[in-house]
Design a protein around this ligand. Sequence first.
Ligand SMILES: C[S@@+](CC[C@H](N)C(=O)[O-])C[C@H]1O[C@@H](n2cnc3c(N)ncnc32)[C@H](O)[C@@H]1O
Length: 425
Amino acid sequence: MQSHRAHDLDAAERLYREVLELRAAQPDAMHYLGVLCHQRGRSDEGVRLIEASLKITPKHPDAHNNLGNIHKECGRFADAERCYRKALACGPQHYNAQNNLAVVLEAQERLEEAFEAYAKLLRQAPKFALGHYLMGIFLRNNAREVEHVEQSVECFRTAYALDPHNLRALEALGVSLYALQRREEAAQVYRDWLAREPEHPVARHMLAACGGAEAPSRAEDAYVRDIFDKFADSFDEQLLKNLNYRAPQVLAVALGDVLPAATGELDVLDAGCGTGLCAPLLRPYAKHLVGVDLSGGMVEKARLRGGYDELEVIELTCHLQAHPDAYDVIVSADTLVYFGELQDALNAAHHALRPGGWLAFSLEAAEGHDDRVELAPSGRYQHTRRYAERALVAAGFTLVHIATDKLRKECGQPVVGWVVLAQRQ
Ligand SMILES: C[S@@+](CC[C@H](N)C(=O)[O-])C[C@H]1O[C@@H](n2cnc3c(N)ncnc32)[C@H](O)[C@@H]1O
């Protein structure tokens, strides 16, 4: 277990198996080996092992909770819900199970029940900082009235007061204040943070995002790493909760219309691969599937998920510049939203594609018919259609399709984006 906690998965797996050779039905070894198998991408084996351990110790709340986590992360929300309810039946004070139950109810769009589950968690554990943070995110994501965003402000303040290390609560506080048009208060949150940590990349970026400083031409590498390394563990969950995150699916459908049949013959790059949500959608087309991302934490998740032939922690423009004529398809889902100025990245993508190759990416849409990009208070950039068209043509792309779609939900509202397809002639 010590090796497991230290992320030495090879040693932990060997030792758990040794325990099971000595005592075939040792329930803890089965349970933790099950967790480990899932972490290594062998989720079915993980489920079998934890189910077997629960036959021996059926009232083990942690084992029910961990089995629920595997189902949740595999998208089987109803199975996950059943496990969390069993965990809570065995251990009514199991905060993690209560929290997870709220998450899967939200993922199933049972919002009233999810709200009740978060509220129960906070009644049971009023000092559980993460619970306040998650309630705040829930209220803001599903806000039907201004009041819900106001309540999210209180949740984030409490979360931060209870755990001053939780800087995501501070970031979220600024975003909610800005959404309420309390822009000066939002900027003040980040100024206070910068006064304590003058170099903090998130505070710097978010101050610019709410108009308190000049916006950089793209999000700094340090900002991206900071946000996504911390986000890696909960990314899929946040996106599952933040329903309607559809960028990978939408891009795959758009590509399906222009690519030949998926016979696994193409060299494909997932630029900004994150935890690898695009991998299963791109795999059928790919002879060789490469994923690159700035965040080591996200790449580690993608490695565990599997599906890539090659993964690299690198800034995507650098990777593209170093690989001329290397790819038939380049996909970038919800990643160029961290770029204000797109020209360098698009030039590099053109350079990295073979003639006839396709680039597919999503952007968040800025309104208007002018040629403009702005850093939005969310910390992501928004581009006008004309900006995208002009930059693509300047990069040398000649065939450009831009469609509109809803890519995610924020503050209860759909975020409209551009789904862009461009071909190198
Ligand atoms: C919102 S996530 C999307 C991940 C994935 N494409 C998906 O759809 O699930 C954005 C990802 O872009 C990565 N990213 C942002 N800027 C980058 C850059 N300049 N180079 C490489 N990766 C970058 C982040 O680390 C993060 O993993």
